[in-house]
Design a protein around this ligand. Structure first.
Ligand SMILES: [Fe+2]
Length: 401
């Protein structure tokens, strides 16, 4: 939920008659969170989305279900997602790499146009678009996105992702059951505060309602893949089930570009908490963007070593000055688990003194519950990473984490 938005035809009051141009009564559907106490949206459908004529099980191995590794000895890890092969569409190409009860983290590198719509009934989803641009089709309309956007898809939203040229690299978080902007960034009136690292203006909303187009959506049946309790089912409709003439409310997909994040810099090094962008139950997602660094004349901009003893930390490297860090490249994911301290590579701590800027671009996620690797992550793991702190030669760059 970001703020209330409205698009298309609406009756003056909820739960009253709305007819289309031909006089046909529209079907009102209320999407509600936390029973009827949380945020909600009200949508008006040309045809009720409640008459699927068939329901079938579906397995997409690597995404749902995925398989955890049998054993995971405690040490720092490096998952080379850049070594994962592209394939499939936004749904069939998705692979889960790390997970706990609150969160699943995956990668998708689509090469096919999207086929079925997908609705995740287990939680909100947050995509980070590492490569590519395109648009999301959903029952809330059409939402364009571009490189380096976060795209937040609310729980149980039927959607599919089109990538221009059918090419992209997507990092995806599934927050169970919730993922949104932190409550501390809002005042008591629901407005995003002026000291938050983003404003209402930074969030982009669906631009137009989704119109049924037989050329684009094809002949019936119209399948929707639903994920609930980590099980997939395909629900088949004889009519296009996302034809909405209008909606209003606080639930709908939004896009936010990471370069619109407003970083903070302190006299001395500030903890990564100041980079928090999104939060869910048991985890936060943080944005590290190019910025000026600390300005005390004796400050050490490179982060101190630390033992954040209650949290696992993963970092997805996007772009910037981590490139000479040994073995870490764009699309690398590092996992620094709770239980053992971590810190900068040898040499980087001292070399950072006097630095004025960092050009790093990265997405971090901290979780309270330990993350477990899946077999898809283990298949591209750099197994020497945790020993890279003891080697002699020092890399040239430092990173914030
Ligand atoms: Fe850290």
């Amino acid at each position: 939920m970001i703020h209330r938005h409205a698009i298309g035809m609406l009756p003056k009051k909820p739960h009253t008659v709305l007819r289309d141009e031909a006089g046909k009564l529209m079907m009102e559907v209320c999407v509600t969170r936390e029973g009827f106490h949380g945020p909600f949206s009200i949508l008006y459908y040309r045809k009720p989305p409640t008459d699927e004529f068939a329901v079938e099980r579906l397995n997409l191995p690597g995404f749902c279900p995925f398989t955890f590794v049998d054993e995971q000895p405690l040490h720092r890890r490096h998952v080379r997602t850049q070594d994962m092969k592209p394939g499939g569409d936004f749904l069939t190409g998705r692979r889960t790499l790390l997970a706990n009860d609150d969160l699943q983290v995956g990668i998708c590198k689509p090469v096919d146009p999207p086929k079925r719509f997908f609705s995740n009934g287990d939680g909100d989803e947050l995509y980070f678009v590492k490569e590519g641009q395109g648009h999301v089709e959903s029952n809330y309309g059409v939402l364009p996105f571009r490189k380096y956007d976060y795209v937040l898809i609310p729980k149980s939203t039927p959607y599919r992702i089109h990538l221009d040229g059918h090419r992209g690299v997507l990092l995806v978080f599934e927050g169970r059951p919730y993922l949104g902007i932190p409550s501390e960034y809002r005042n008591a009136y629901g407005q995003i505060t002026d000291y938050a690292p983003f404003s209402h203006r930074d969030f982009r909303v669906p631009e137009a309602l989704l119109k049924f187009d037989e050329k684009k959506h094809g002949p019936p049946p119209y399948p929707v893949v639903v994920k609930q309790a980590d099980t997939l089912t395909v629900h088949q409709y004889q009519h296009f089930p996302h034809d909405v003439v209008g909606w209003d409310g606080a639930i709908y997909p939004v896009a936010f570009n990471i370069l619109d994040y407003q970083p903070k810099t302190g006299l001395v090094h500030l903890p990564p908490t100041i980079h928090t962008t999104f939060a869910g139950r048991g985890f936060v997602v943080c944005s590290f963007v190019p910025r000026l660094v600390d300005y005390h004349e004796q400050s050490i901009p490179c982060p101190y070593g630390h033992a954040s003893v209650d949290m696992d930390e993963i970092l997805y490297y996007v772009d910037g000055n981590f490139t000479s860090r040994r073995g870490i490249e764009s699309e690398s994911i590092s996992l620094h688990p709770q239980g053992v301290p971590h810190g900068p590579h040898p040499g980087t701590y001292e070399r950072s003194i006097g630095t004025k800027r960092t050009e790093e671009l990265a997405v971090m996620c901290d979780t309270y519950k330990p993350l477990r690797l899946t077999t898809d992550a283990a298949a591209v793991e750099d197994r020497d990473y945790h020993m890279s702190w003891v080697k002699k030669e020092a890399p040239d760059a430092w990173t914030s984490k």
